[in-house]
Design a protein around this ligand. Sequence first.
Ligand code: ZN
Ligand code: ZN
Length: 360
Amino acid sequence: MRALQYAEPGGPLTLVDLPDPEPPVHGAVLAVEATGLCRSDVHAWAGHDPDVVVGAHAGPGGGAATHVPGHELAGRVVAVGAGVDASWLGRRATTPFVHACGSCPECAAGDGQVCRDQTQPGFTTQGSWADQVVVRHADVNLVEVPDDVDGGAAALLGCRFATAYRGLVQRAQLRPGERVLVVGCGGVGLSAVVVAAALGAEVVAADVDERALARAVELGASATVRTAGLSPAEVADAVRAAGGGAGPAVSVDAVGRPGALDACLLSLARRGRHVQIGLVASEPVVEVSRVVSHELALLGSHGMDARSYPELMALVTSGRLRPQDLVARWLPLEDAAGIEALVRAMDGGTAPVGVTMIRP
Ligand SMILES: [Zn+2]
Ligand SMILES: [Zn+2]
């Protein structure tokens, strides 16, 4: 199979031929039809993610130590290992980027997204920027995708869209009519805008980039705050002004940039709920005294257990949620230079607006 890989953090992406993966016991192999370029791929490539050990996977012929990114995917099951329901063969599927073990205490409680024995394609194992990818514990992690669901939409359910959905619906328990602040209008932030607007919330979008804010408005945001050059307190003032003086009930940091979390905590109404989705490259300074005095809730969101997908898939198949609207461009897998240029642009903060999908 073909795959894109890099040999060192920040290094070039190259298209290589690798042996087709064999399904491990309890695992399956998917032929990838769509795989996203997500900000966490960029964090891993840049060397920000301690879970990514470049060199954990042998290159062609067991040669150079390399890494294949990609964790947000959809495809068709082409092989299953021992212990996997063979009826999966030939079916279309996506998977949460957290491959849960299915048997630890967290998995037993229905919380595979925080499984203590998890693996993650593109981070701890070879990823989906390839013709084929392995899904471990397939009976636990495969989510069937109906044939009429767009491939890009199905892939987005593996990471960004599902993470935004779980963060707003299951973690923050966002209610219709509430105001929500979304800081960072990249892929996961725009996903949060779409989900919040569909739930009947009033969305304030914040970003450094005017074009990203314009896209957020097209997708349902009713107010915007341009954060370029503003301190967290100035962002909070602008967010409150957009809400007629009142702070939002829910905030989402979808970018993880310095100052974004503080801007959220300073914006929130008393007893507000903050959802942290963006990965931070260094530990932020948090307004802890405000968390106490305003009784703020600080919630993480880390993907979603496969067992929680039916309600989300039903909203997608009914057309109420359209993740495919977030996809701005498709690149073929063989366009290593074009994909590397986008990775470098995202790392440098100059990426074009919207979600990039890779088609093997
Ligand atoms: Zn992701
Ligand atoms: Zn587990």
